[in-house]
Design a protein around this ligand. Sequence first.
Ligand code: ACO
Length: 321
Amino acid sequence: MSFYIAGTGSALPQKVVTNDDLATFLDTSDEWIRTRTGIRSRHVLTDERLDDLAIASAKTAMGEAGASGAELDLILCATMRADTFTPSLACTVAEAVGATAPAFDLNAACVGVLYAMEIADSFISSGKAKTVLIVSAEAMSKLLDWTDRASCVLFGDGAGAMVVRAGEGRLAGVLSTKPDSHVIRMPNIEGLNSPYNEIAQEKLAMHMDGGEVYKFAVNAMGRNIEEACARAGLTPADIDWYLPHQANLRIIDASLKKFKIDKSKVLTNIAECGNMSATSVMVLLDQFAKKGTFKRGDKLLFVAFGGGLTSGAVIITWNKD
Ligand code: ACO
């Protein structure tokens, strides 16, 4: 017994920041950002709380699945930066939806939703859960160095959610790490106010070696697609829809090139959302589900890479009208 996706939701901040907006305070241009990444604009938090976006997307997904808070057996939230260290974002969502199930946050950077799907699968296949809420919410704008044009132009904020239920749907999953603490690094400010802390603080902002990330990403996405397809007894050509992590359109194209996949099968929202870390694939799923893109029986492949360095792929059959 595994799971199928019973409902999805997403919520984006109101404020849209275009590449031209960024060019008013950074030495950059719409042309550079568009041609190097595929990004045209992104949503950025201003006076909204990330919690509220997470709760809104969870409620939409639960409404679609017909799931009450009491029915949830587990709540997982993939995030790198909740509004509070404690309660976790998962507990905050649990309170808002009237759930008392175990709830915790997990951080696998941009691959967080795939890690959560695999944890949900383990709980469901072992009989510990029947209905699981997976939420993802990222406030990337609060982690960036807004003077670093090489990284801050790439990201956006947002939240998404899915309800998964015991049943036939998930076909295969593969997760891995290639530990590296330098290629992508986002320090936190733990210990800053302690009178006993004698360790010099790193700057609270993202450091990234874009070229190294690019090479890792292309390699990892291709390998994870091959492994997940092999585990499911499928070939890449059997997949109806690819939902890749939205970091860079060129990374997506380069990773999928060798599989000679029809480009219309590869879903993207990077142009309007940028890279929302873990939340990217969740929002992508919800946006295309709401458009009616998926038909019952379609095979969807999620593939992602991120800081850590983490990577993975999950294949599911869409089991919903
Ligand atoms: N505007 C204008 N010029 C810029 C900008 C910008 N926003 N950013 C960098 N440049 C300049 C550089 O300074 C460099 O100038 P120089 O040649 O005078 O030194 C030039 O553009 C070329 O820079 P490159 O790094 O070679 O550009 P590249 O084509 O490799 O693209 C990019 C850079 C977009 C960052 C690419 O490497 C990439 O997408 N890497 C992967 C990033 C990624 O996926 N991050 C997400 C990780 S997951 C996570 O964070 C959780």
